[in-house]
Design a binder for this molecule. Structure first.
Ligand SMILES: C[S@@+](CC[C@H](N)C(=O)[O-])C[C@H]1O[C@@H](n2cnc3c(N)ncnc32)[C@H](O)[C@@H]1O
Length: 382
């Protein structure tokens, strides 16, 4: 088996791009080249792949562009929302309408104008810590989208607001002006439209051999209870995934505004539900003394459930970040084995490791190692 394309892909240093990958910067995304190389190495057109921790749905997008069927699950409703938008194959007319909508509404967006408030989301606390100017602008943009757009593109329009709002407030020391926001939302609409056009064109070239994607909200330890006909009919032959990383905190569910003030605004903008703390999305609170024990217990439960829904011999290609690889890797391997997956390619070679590029990671500082490294692990269902 030629693993060279896969090894080259994990060390690719380019920013995530192409197809609909640029629609939103979901934290800790892996490279589409990695997903593509894994899919091409281990499956044929028409096969089913599964990503049980799909995050920004990188693997789902690559799968359908390659004529595979893809099933993705995640515990985060924001991830399921993104999967729907990023894998929907919209008509040219619908995408053009979306772009025109942004051009029409941009000049209307102003913190000085009155707006019909999103009281439901405010009461849930999802607007807390949002700077009032941008809260108002987002409400205006979403209200216009609800008034002007058909259902099929409404979620894509919410995604444009999400993308521009992330640019405006997340991890920014100073906030942009409303005028800069107006320009940026038009640019972002073009980027989203370009991605959706590219996905449609790419799928078109497959002719009758098109794939499809389905996304479900579930904790992976309960994946065997998901009501997914496709999963029952044709079991996945490949899992391409990145579970939460042991001891490494990633903020999947919040933006950080002006320093460390956190906002749940992504859920309000996408009309999704949150209501959970950070540990909900990372297996376990990194500050607990028994973090590792809890983490690996959960990991094992997840892979035990996954084993029940995949084909015998199903390959798992995963990129996992470790802050203490010497201690954590043997525990990781033990959890995989107990879950029903055997390593088939020894990954001790340096070629399987990659240093993590400039990512928004929060390594548990109790550890001396602040450097995170990711490892490609290859297992097979026994
Ligand atoms: C490293 S991210 C995946 C990123 C993805 N590979 C991408 O390219 O965007 C891990 C994901 O696991 C999800 N997750 C965490 N705990 C989970 C659980 N118990 N069940 C399902 N998903 C979970 C998180 O919400 C997050 O989206």
């Amino acid at each position: 088996m030629n693993l060279q394309p896969l090894l080259e892909a994990i060390n690719d240093r380019n920013v995530v791009s192409g197809l609909t990958h640029n629609i939103y910067r979901y934290p800790a995304r892996f490279s589409p080249l990695f997903a593509r190389a894994a899919i091409e190495t281990f499956t044929k057109p028409g096969d089913t792949i599964l990503d049980p921790f799909m995050g920004g749905s990188t693997s789902l997008v690559e799968a359908i562009a390659l004529g595979r069927h893809a099933i993705g699950t995640d515990i985060n409703e924001l991830s399921v929302f993104l999967a729907r938008v990023k894998t929907s194959v919209l008509s040219k007319k619908a995408v053009d309408n979306l772009e025109s909508w942004a051009e029409v509404i941009a000049p209307e967006l102003s913190p000085r104008k009155p707006v019909q408030r999103h009281t439901h989301w405010k009461e849930l606390g999802y607007q807390n810590n949002m700077p009032w100017r941008f809260r108002k602008i987002a409400e205006q943009a979403i209200n216009h989208a609800i008034d002007l757009l058909d259902e099929e593109v409404l979620e894509a329009a919410r995604c444009i607001v999400l993308k521009t709002m992330q640019w405006a407030v997340d991890c920014k020391k100073a906030l942009p002006t409303a005028a800069a926001f107006r320009e940026k939302i038009v640019d972002d609409a073009r980027i989203v439209a370009r991605g959706l056009h590219a996905l449609r064109e790419s799928v078109k070239t497959l002719g009758g051999k098109r794939g499809w994607a389905e996304a479900y909200l579930t904790a992976t330890d309960e994946i065997d209870n998901v009501n997914c006909e496709a999963l029952k009919k044709k079991r996945p032959k490949l899992i391409v995934t990145s579970p939460p990383y042991p001891g490494i905190h990633v903020l999947y569910h919040r933006w950080q505004v002006l320093g460390r003030r956190e906002t749940a605004a992504p859920y309000w903008i996408t009309a999704s539900n949150d209501g959970n703390g950070g540990s909900y999305y990372t297996f376990c609170d990194r500050r607990r003394d028994d973090h590792d024990a809890k983490y690996f217990e959960r990991l094992q439960r997840c892979f035990t459930a996954i084993r029940k829904v995949v084909a015998d011999g199903c390959v798992v290609a995963q990129l996992v970040g470790f802050c203490r690889p010497d201690e954590q890797l043997p525990l990781y391997q033990a959890a995989m084995k107990a879950g029903g997956f055997e390593e088939f390619e020894k990954t001790t070679d340096q070629a399987f490791w990659r240093s993590v590029p400039n990512r928004k990671f929060y390594v548990w500082l109790r550890d001396s190692t602040k450097q995170t490294k990711e490892l490609l692990l290859l297992h097979r269902a026994t």
